[in-house]
Design a protein around this ligand. Structure first.
Ligand SMILES: [Zn+2]
Length: 252
């Protein structure tokens, strides 16, 4: 678990109380019934018998170390603020950006072994806005969820189309640029909107506080969140074109 020199305010904002952790674990199990069997006091238990520790016992991880080697508790520590008005997030508030690789490989497959790519399906992407098709994984029902997103986005007025088309991509078997971490694009469970109207923390060379900006309309964010996709615009390390399928972080 992350237990750095966080202030009391940060702990209350970021840390999961034990009761919260139980509720979040229940939501995690419910979100991926094909792969996750349940949990006990120490582990998340997969259907193939694999046990993933809730805590690795490390209390000294820096934020970057947590991103590089998170446990299940780290993944669930920051509650995703669905439905809130887009606003600059607090320092290192990145709910959903913490992904234990062993879990996500079990959910979607390892793209380097061809396990993720073989599960892709082409779906129509906002045809009313001229979006063509995109590929998305069939694992965990992500394709069906993106279908629902697309149909609902298609009912938005034409002026929303410029944010949605062209999509900047979905499946991409490579680590996050400059890191050894795998993004949800490597699992085929993420979509990027039009880069022309997007902001990304790495594009801002300063990378300092107060650089967050956003032009993605909240109507678009709300539709994705309704169907199980979280938005990178809610992260301190913001990526406003980015949406990924994370139903465990969204109440249904
Ligand atoms: Zn992305």
């Amino acid at each position: 678990m992350l237990a750095t020199g966080a202030t009391a305010a940060e702990t209350s904002r970021y840390g999961a109380e034990p009761a919260d952790l139980t509720a979040r674990l229940e939501q995690l199990v419910a979100a991926y019934p094909a792969t996750i069997a349940g949990f006990d006091a120490k582990s998340l238990i997969l259907k193939d018998g694999t046990r993933l520790p809730l805590s690795d016992g490390r209390t000294d991880k820096s934020f970057d170390q947590m991103l590089d080697s998170p446990d299940i508790g780290d993944m669930l520590a920051q509650p995703y603020p669905a439905g809130q008005k887009p606003a600059p997030p607090p320092l290192n508030f990145d709910p959903g950006r913490v992904r234990p690789e062993a879990l996500f490989r079990a959910l979607y497959g390892d793209c380097r072994k061809g396990e993720a790519g073989g599960r892709m399906r082409k779906v129509a992407w906002v045809p009313a806005h001229g979006g063509g098709t995109v590929s998305i994984t069939m694992a965990q029902g992500a394709d069906k969820a993106l279908d629902r997103v697309s149909r609902e986005l298609d009912r938005l007025p034409a002026r929303f189309g410029k944010y949605l088309v062209p999509s900047a991509g979905t499946y991409n078997c490579r680590p996050v640029a400059g890191t050894s971490r795998w993004s949800m694009h490597a699992y085929g469970a993420a979509i990027d909107l039009n880069t022309a109207h997007s902001a990304y923390w790495k594009w801002n060379k300063a990378g300092a506080d107060g650089t967050w900006s956003n032009r993605i309309p909240e109507e678009i964010v709300a539709i994705f969140e309704k169907h199980g996709f979280i938005w990178g615009g809610r992260w301190y390390h913001y990526d406003t074109m980015h949406f990924e399928y994370r139903p465990e972080l969204l109440a249904r």
